[in-house]
Design a protein around this ligand. Structure first.
Ligand code: SAM
Length: 275
């Protein structure tokens, strides 16, 4: 029985390929690719020839998964997507699932992943993050999704088409105008650009530089509660705690820990609070 190698390929710069990935692409007879034109370019660049290329994509994945598993019953297959890591906002999942169901060994060959590439250079908090891929095309649903991610409070990463970047930043502005945003464009390519700022600053930049809205984009969002909203919420909570008999100093410490606002600031606001 063969093995299924899930091989990550470059997201732009063809040099971003691992030695292992090249070794695997050289060794297998068959490469299952999302669009065979992309992999041909990569193989030609590295002087790899004589491979049987089969195409699988979103619309024929189920049927192709069967075929790929049949080939795997005899020999190794490398699975690649158009760019980056297969199965991540890309097809491939059904092939891997079917291979696993048949007891075929699946070996990941790690490499480029646009979300991690963008996050690593964003300067946004990255100890905890959420990758959400493409959001819904429908405005209402998209805003619902965004509200949920904003509430979680840690950096979230989305993929977006150039046509919808402005709309999506507008939606983020509506939900969290103080969010810290990084828009990473054309990663690893000649026109790689990072645009950093609050939603309104990003929108202003796009207005002044409309030509930038071409290519591939990753949007990273670090949600921030607005100071006004925090103070309002804090005051309500402080009132409640005062009514329960807690001392001002004690309340300031409690709320400072809860909301990450300096305790002196809270203390000054609540010291004369009527309950
Ligand atoms: N499997 C890929 C990965 O590992 O990142 C993602 C494929 S998904 C179909 C394509 C989306 O990934 C693009 O629309 C864009 O949002 C993002 N992307 C891929 N390459 C990129 C690049 N070089 N720069 C910025 N974003 C990129």
């Amino acid at each position: 029985m063969g093995k299924l190698f899930v091989v990550a390929t470059p997201i732009g710069n063809l040099k971003d390929i691992t030695l292992r990935a090249l070794e695997v692409l050289k060794s297998v007879d068959t490469i299952a690719a999302e669009d065979t034109r992309h992999i041909k370019k990569l193989l030609t660049h590295y002087g790899i020839s004589g491979k049987k290329l089969i195409s699988y994509h979103e619309h024929n994945e189920e049927e192709m998964a069967e075929k790929i598993v049949q080939i795997l019953e005899e020999k190794d297959v490398a699975l690649v997507s158009d760019a980056g890591t297969p199965c991540i906002s890309d097809p491939g999942y059904r092939v891997v699932k079917k291979a696993r169901e048949k007891g075929i060994e699946v070996i990941p060959i790690p490499g480029p992943f646009a979300a991690a590439t963008a996050l690593s250079a964003s300067g946004l908090p990255s100890d905890k993050f959420l990758f959400v891929g493409f959001l819904s095309n429908k405005e209402v649903e998209k805003e619902k999704q965004l509200s949920h991610y904003v509430d979680l409070g840690y950096t979230f990463i989305l993929y977006e088409s150039p046509k919808r970047v402005v709309k999506t930043i507008n939606s983020i502005k509506k939900i969290n105008q103080d969010a810290d945003i990084v828009v990473a464009k054309e990663l690893t390519k000649i026109h790689e650009t990072f645009i950093i700022g609050k939603p309104s600053q990003i929108l202003e930049y796009f207005e002044k530089n409309p030509d930038i809205l071409k290519g591939e984009f990753v949007i990273l969002v670090y949600p921030r509660k607005s100071q006004e909203l925090d103070i309002e919420t804090v005051l309500q909570e402080a009132k409640k705690l005062k009514k329960e008999g807690k001392k001002t100093k004690e309340i300031a410490i409690l709320l400072s820990q809860k909301y990450g606002i300096p305790k002196n600031l809270i203390y000054d606001k609540i010291v004369d609070l009527d309950v």
